[in-house]
Design a protein around this ligand. Sequence first.
Ligand code: SF4
Ligand code: SF4
Length: 112
Amino acid sequence: MTYVVTDNCIRCKYMDCVEVCPVDCFYEGANMLVIHPDECIDCGVCEPECPAEAIKPDTEPGLERWIALNAEYAAKWPNITVKREPPADAKEWDGVPGKLETQFSPEPGQGD
Ligand code: SF4
Ligand code: SF4
């Protein structure tokens, strides 16, 4: 089991989660974060910290695409352990449905 970051992180990217993860297993894309499935220790601490409610346990049904996406991009993007300023328009994107199809970027973020 692992935790995964899902659709509502895209363009919200508040980064509260990286401050609480005891094993620093968040990785940063241009407009979302992902969790490395082999590094996450399933502690669950990050889930309630996400203002966008984007972090879910992989035991929830229907998360197959997110489990695959987190695993793929955790291997490609840089590690992030320190919170920075969220995007200026983060609130406007919070709750917008279907962001994976229209807003996802495969480009890496800046990392720490
Ligand atoms: S706190 Fe939530 S929205 Fe912010 S970066 Fe982490 S997973 Fe994404
Ligand atoms: S569940 Fe725990 S170990 Fe996994 S990403 Fe969240 S804070 Fe980190």
